[in-house]
Design a protein around this ligand. Structure first.
Ligand code: PLP
Length: 461
């Protein structure tokens, strides 16, 4: 009998011509491409020669399950035929149009997004990605309130552009830590490594909210334009807000007239098993920023969904901001096709089911057997496994902000098992496309289970 874990190994080999193209691409890449977040010299990137659904094929023709969804953006998997066709059709019709003109793809994408955002977030400003969406959301908040300060959480990521990287609360900010005028970071609610010495969820919520209100008081509520936070922080560790926290943040921001910006660049568009993660807590922010899953990253697109109140600020007042490619037809046509495919194929509900019925139970069961697992948390297709050397001390398998030979070994073991993981510091994130078939999900989990034996060897209990 073939076991589920064997399924992806039954392979048709990649066309040798494709592999030759990949080898040439690698050569030109190393000669001419300057990569994100890397020391360029020692970097040895993986070549990808093909991709389909939840799988990619590397430069050696090996098939790997993409449990990273690339940078957690291919929510519908690779090369979804309906979206590829929509991009092709739009390219044949009209490739580009300036943002001041009306375009049917942009209008329909805005309508579909507004239909799914909570409350009266009924207008959409399109950007090229997540960082500029956050930049514009903050600009809107500052103009709307006439205030300048921005509160944001440590252990967060909001993008690589100057303002976005300064509101970011992870080590990628350190080298860019200037032009941060008016940005103040607060401690997030993060139960596993509580900054408030909490021992229960209720305690964490109460203490984190008290800390936030103290920060607001000490910074001067009348100076604070916006509070930006990821509804479920993603790269920073997929740590969902404890019960009552998000509702509390909404109350505090409303109380002090602060614009609440929910960054759903990673958590939005079905990743958590809801269209938007805020829906899990029935919270309506003033602005939601999105990108990635809106069209699975097939063509760059991001945006800001805007509440009625903030829209009114700009009804008769010029909004001083824009982009040549705002609402680009190829990107918005891809968004329309993506949202429709997600809807008709029930992908958001499927993400919820996968989380509740497969990821959650399987990962929690693994946590009982693998002493290297310090914490397992998540929902939908959005899970983090936090690896430690010691469960008592919670000493991480790689220090905050870095990697380690031990983590690299775990990652290499996963790749050896046929899985491309998303890893950050001491965490493996399990974040495949929302429509990954159950048998492939089980294959990925079985591979992770075996790779964790490597991590267990470094446990010092
Ligand atoms: N916000 C969050 C939560 C993200 O995860 C990211 C990217 O990973 C961004 C913003 C930045 O998006 P982009 O890389 O499209 O600028």
């Amino acid at each position: 009998m073939t076991t589920i874990a064997d399924t992806p190994q039954t392979e048709t080999p990649v066309d040798p011509e494709r592999l030759a193209v990949g080898r040439r691409a690698y050569e030109f890449d190393r000669a001419h491409v300057f990569h994100s977040w890397q020391a360029q010299g020692p970097f040895t990137p993986m070549t990808i020669v093909d991709a389909a659904g939840p799988y990619i094929w590397d430069g050696e023709g090996r098939k790997l399950l993409d449990m990273s969804s690339q940078l957690v953006n291919t929510n519908i998997g690779h090369q979804h035929p309906a979206v590829v066709a929509a991009i092709q059709e739009q390219a044949g019709k009209l490739c580009t149009i300036a943002p001041q003109h009306v375009n049917d793809a942009r209008s329909e994408a805005a309508r579909l997004i507004a239909e799914r955002t909570p409350g009266d977030l009924d207008h959409v400003f399109f950007t090229n990605g997540g960082a500029d969406a956050n930049e514009h959301a903050i600009r809107m908040a500052r103009l709307h309130t006439g205030r300048t300060k921005v509160l944001s959480a440590y252990r967060s990521y909001h993008g690589g552009t100057q303002l976005a990287v300064n509101v970011t609360g992870d080590p990628r900010r350190f080298a860019n830590d200037y032009s941060a005028e008016g940005i103040v970071h607060f401690m997030p609610a993060y139960q596993y490594r509580s900054y408030f010495n909490s021992t229960t969820e209720a305690e964490e919520t109460q203490r984190a909210l008290q800390h936030l209100e103290d920060m607001i008081t000490l910074e001067g509520p009348g100076n604070i334009a916006a509070l930006i936070m990821e509804t479920v922080p993603g790269t920073a560790g997929i740590y969902a807000p404890p019960a009552g926290y998000l509702e509390g943040v909404r109350e505090l921001t409303a109380k002090y007239g602060i614009v609440f910006i929910a960054d759903e660049v990673m958590a939005g568009f079905g990743r958590t098993g809801r269209w938007f993660a805020v829906d899990r807590w029935n919270v309506t922010p003033d602005l939601i920023t999105f990108a990635k899953g809106v069209n699975s990253g097939y063509v760059p697109l991001g945006g800001v969904a805007i509440s009625g109140e903030i829209f009114e600020t700009f009804r008769d007042r010029v909004y001083p901001g824009g982009l040549t490619y705002s609402g680009h037809p190829l990107a918005t046509a891809a968004a329309v096709a993506t949202i429709n495919a997600m809807e008709t194929e029930g992908m958001v509900d499927n993400a919820e089911r996968l989380g509740a019925e497969i990821f959650g139970p399987a990962l929690r069961e693994m946590a009982q057997r693998h002493p290297s697992i310090g914490d397992v948390r998540g929902m939908g297709c959005f899970w983090a496994v936090e690896l430690v050397k010691n469960r008592e001390t919670k000493e991480p398998l790689a220090a905050y902000g870095g990697s380690s030979p031990e983590m690299n070994e775990v990652i290499a073991a996963l790749k050896g098992e046929g899985v491309l993981p998303f890893a950050n510091f001491n965490r493996i994130h399990v974040v495949p496309p929302l429509n990954t078939p159950d048998e492939d999900v089980r294959f990925g989990l079985a591979a992770l289970d075996r790779a964790l034996d490597v991590a267990d060897r470094y446990v010092t209990e």
